[in-house]
Write a protein that binds this ligand. Structure first.
Ligand code: SF4
Length: 306
């Protein structure tokens, strides 16, 4: 009997809270310094937030109303569930600390809400913002999700990320020890990268002591700079190539690290490619098949000292 093929997020939440907990996504209307001209106005070249948040242009409700409506809708499908309010779109720490405190507070005052998940960039986490989150973490679960995408600075430059690995390491070290559950995002399949790059990104995340990893497959949606420039679709990984790479990453992760996501997903009607990105269950099962074929599993090849 070996450990699970993939140390799953749902099992982690079940252990942590003693019941099922699901995310309720909200859009607080944040911008991003890599899009509003502070760092750049073009954004990361793969980024098209409208593709995973197509209703944003209307933003009809306050955060409080979004949480209320989200819970009401999901409660029918998942009675008895707890809720993690997920600030997902754009850069969710990109505001003044007082304003952030007010926005996050709106999400917490509901029965069944156990905490927050907050997605952000490493260069948008000043100490004052970390202190706001630290106060919330005294009473609630706080999952801080920091995008690395690649540990290769040349790739980060090529995709106009607007920060390097240095900022990621610095933000991580300042966020540690404050009671957060730390989650890192990386992308597999960025143009110009190969297996060595993917393993290097995962190794950096592991070495920094992250609790959770999200592995996104590189994909493009309408409205991204790369898509607008006419990306050659032969540059997308095949599902088998991606599954092999993801399996190689997962078998080297620390056994206790949780894998929240094993693929990027996008609305099928906005997705340019690869088409398998709209089928997350298929991607997961292909990765599991790869691990089984190697007689491997999560953490089997983990080497503590790299
Ligand atoms: S991917 Fe994130 S950091 Fe990059 S431009 Fe889009 S919102 Fe900003």
């Amino acid at each position: 009997m070996h450990p699970p093929l993939i140390n799953s997020y749902s099992a982690f939440l079940q252990r942590r809270f003693g019941r099922k907990v699901r995310k309720v996504a909200v859009d607080a209307g944040f911008s991003c310094p890599n899009r509003d001209g502070t760092i750049s106005s073009g954004g990361c070249t793969f980024c098209s937030n409208h593709a995973f948040s197509p209703g944003r242009l209307e933003l009809p409700h306050s955060v409080e109303d979004q949480v209320r409506l989200g819970i009401a809708k999901l409660s029918h499908m998942f009675p008895g569930s707890g809720w993690l309010v997920y600030f997902q779109s754009f850069t969710n720490t990109y505001s003044e600390p007082e304003s952030l405190c007010e926005i996050y507070s709106q999400a917490l005052n509901f029965d069944g809400v156990v905490g927050l998940a907050i997605g952000t960039r490493p260069d948008c986490l000043p100490d004052e913002t970390l202190q706001v989150l630290e106060r919330i973490a005294d009473d609630y679960y706080v999952q801080l999700e920091i995008g690395l995408q690649s540990a290769n600075d040349a790739t980060l430059k090529a995709i106009n990320r607007g920060h390097g690995t240095h900022e990621f390491i610095d933000a991580t070290n300042r966020a540690k020890g404050r009671g957060f559950t730390l989650c890192a995002h990386m992308i597999v399949g960025l143009p110009g990268e190969g297996m060595d790059d993917y393993l290097k990104s995962a190794a950096l995340i592991s070495s920094l002591g992250y609790d959770i990893i999200k592995i996104h497959s590189f994909h493009l949606t309408q409205g991204s700079a790369m898509a607008d420039a006419g990306f050659d679709e032969s540059g997308f990984m095949t599902l088998d190539e991606y599954a092999e790479a993801a399996a190689a990453i997962i078998e080297r992760l620390p056994p206790e690290m949780v894998v929240e996501r094993v693929a990027g997903t996008a609305y099928a009607d906005a997705l340019i490619g690869p088409e398998w990105c709209s089928k997350p269950a298929l991607v997961r099962s292909r990765i599991e098949a790869c691990l089984k074929a190697r007689n491997s599993w999560h953490g089997k090849l983990f080497a503590k000292d790299g």
